[in-house]
Design a protein around this ligand. Structure first.
Ligand code: C2E
Ligand code: MG
Ligand code: MG
Ligand code: MG
Length: 269
């Protein structure tokens, strides 16, 4: 009996491994198709100012719609695209579309800015800055309308190199946000070396506001230190009016989260 169970167990294990491999391969080739055949979309989530809760900016978030209307979340296909190298064409598509949409948004409401997530692999390509400048010119998008969101890991890698690129981008008028702050390994003291404009506090800390004093203390410290370095602070993942009030009282500058709006297509903004 034990042997049979063991045997079955191995069978099941092999089957799920095979299925996983198969689905990775299938996803890889269909992602290629998605890029070529325009099955990708950008959705936009509002970013509000804390003092008056007015939307002043949006973040572009990538969506891959399936034939049945469902979406594959970016957390599933972006890591895969990073492994296969498909992230570069994907990221180029995102940036070009975001620029086109930023132009449309400006026609509707001037002064509205847009944040775009940038993958580490794309940022580290030798021609990244040239690609950005070229695409801005091509689409008629002004550098001042865009903020690039980068995660800590990007900046930890080739630090000096990364800093020079960020400086070049900022000289052209783009602003830079450090995304998911607090989830990586960087310390607050390392922040002062970075030529950035905004620090986005990861939503895991916001989620802990109600029950964990440590999260409340940490948010308070990040806001104080970041502002003493002249960075603006944005709190991600605001889902309740209590969370909004809490970060606003601490002097946070911007908020983003389901409480203010979920990511939606441009036409629904
Ligand atoms: P992120 O840049 O930190 O984006 C915020 C994520 O939090 C989004 O998930 C958004 O839908 C979600 N979110 C916003 N407000 C709330 C809230 O109140 N509660 C909760 N539970 N979630 C909230 P999404 O769209 O699934 O994206 C996940 C991650 O995938 C992004 O995290 C970003 O790292 C990456 N990503 C998305 N689009 C792109 C893209 O175009 N390029 C690159 N390189 N990465 C992208
Ligand atoms: Mg982001
Ligand atoms: Mg984030
Ligand atoms: Mg995040």
């Amino acid at each position: 009996q034990a042997k049979r169970l063991g045997y079955n167990h191995v069978q099941e294990y092999d089957k799920s491994m095979a299925q996983r491999l198969l689905s990775t391969t299938a996803m890889r080739s269909s992602l290629q198709e998605a890029i070529e055949q325009d099955e990708l979309e950008l959705h936009y989530q509002p970013i509000v100012r804390c003092n008056d809760q007015r939307a002043i900016q949006v973040e572009a978030l990538l969506r891959w719609q399936q034939a049945d209307g469902s979406y594959i979340p970016p957390s599933e296909f972006i890591p895969l695209a990073e492994m296969t190298g498909q992230i570069v064409p994907l990221s180029e598509w995102v940036f070009r579309r975001a620029c086109q949409d930023a132009v449309k948004l400006q026609q509707r409401e001037s002064k509205f800015r847009m944040s775009v997530n940038v993958s580490a692999l794309h940022f580290n390509r030798a021609n990244f800055v040239d690609f950005v400048l070229h695409t801005l010119a091509e689409t008629g998008c002004h550098a001042q309308w865009l903020e690039l969101e980068l995660t800590e890991s990007i900046l930890l890698e080739g630090t000096q190199y990364a800093i020079e690129r960020l400086q070049r981008l900022r000289q052209h008028g783009l602003t830079i946000a450090l995304d998911d702050f607090g989830t990586g390994f960087s310390s607050l003291s390392y922040l002062k070396r970075l030529p950035i404009d905004t620090v986005k506090i990861d939503r895991s800390f916001i989620a802990g506001i109600r029950h964990h004093k440590s999260d409340r203390v940490l948010i308070d410290s990040v806001i104080k230190i970041a502002q003493s370095l002249d960075f603006a602070v944005l709190a991600e993942g605001i889902e309740t009016p209590q969370q909004a009030e809490f970060v606003t009282d601490l002097g946070c500058n911007y908020m983003q989260g389901y409480y203010f709006g979920r990511p939606v297509p441009l036409k629904n903004l």
